[in-house]
Design a protein around this ligand. Structure first.
Ligand code: RP5
Length: 168
C-alpha cells in the first residue's frame, strides 16, 4: 500500500523516541514509511526525498531531530506538504536547542512543532491522522472514537480514585 505518512529522523539514535508514532499510525491502519535522513550529514538525500514525497503519495511528513534540529525546516523548504516537527532531547540542553531550532521557522516555511520527545511522537502521529481525516470519513470516525475512549479511561480513573478516597 502507498505510504501516506513519512517519518524522517535525523539519526537512528532518535528511533526509540519515535515508538509512539509508529504505534499510533498502526492503530489507525495508516500506511507509513520511515527513513533516517539528516539535514547536515545527508543534505542532498533529505532534499531529494522531500522534493519527491508529494508525487509518491505522501500526504504528511513527520520529522524528528535533536541538537541543531534543522531537519524539519529543510524538509519543509522542499515541499508544500504539511511538516510536523518533533524536537528530540539530548545533552546538554535537554531538547530546548531542538525545540528552538524547530519552532522558530521564518515566516513562509511553516513547521508545526509538537511536544518534545516520546509524547511528541504520539501527538505528531495524531496530528497526521487529523490532517488525513479531513478527507477520509472513516478515519474521522476512528479519531472521534479514539478521543471518546481516551475520555472514558480518564473518567474511569477518576471514579476509581474517588472510590479509593472514600475508603471502605
Ligand atoms: C541530530 O543529532 C539527530 O536527529 C540526533 O538527535 C542528534 C545526534 O545524532 P547522533 O550523533 O546520535 O547520530 O541530527
Amino acid at each position: 500500500m502507498t505510504s501516506k505518512v513519512a517519518i524522517i529522523m535525523g539519526s537512528k539514535s532518535d528511533l526509540p523516541s519515535l515508538k509512539g508514532a509508529f504505534e499510533t499510525l498502526r492503530s489507525f491502519d495508516i500506511p507509513f514509511e520511515a527513513r533516517v535522513l539528516s539535514a547536515h550529514r545527508t543534505p542532498d538525500a533529505a532534499a531529494d526525498y522531500a522534493k519527491t514525497a508529494e508525487e509518491r503519495g505522501i500526504r504528511v511528513l513527520i520529522c524528528a531531530a535533536g541538537m541543531a534540529a534543522h531537519l524539519a525546516g529543510v524538509i519543509a523548504a522542499h515541499t508544500i506538504l504539511p511538516v510536523i516537527g518533533i524536537p528530540i532531547a539530548s545533552e546538554p540542553f535537554n531538547g530546548l536547542d531542538a525545540l528552538l531550532a524547530m519552532v522558530q521557522m521564518p515566516p513562509g516555511i511553516p513547521v508545526s512543532t509538537v511536544t518534545a520527545g516520546p509524547a511528541g511522537a504520539k501527538n505528531a502521529a495524531l496530528s497526521a491522522v487529523a490532517i488525513l481525516a479531513l478527507s477520509d470519513p472513516v478515519l474521522s470516525r476512528k479519531l472521534k472514537e479514539f478521543r471518546a475512549e481516551q475520555t472514558r479511561k480518564v473518567e474511569e480513573a477518576d471514579a476509581a480514585l474517588q472510590k479509593e478516597l472514600a475508603g471502605p
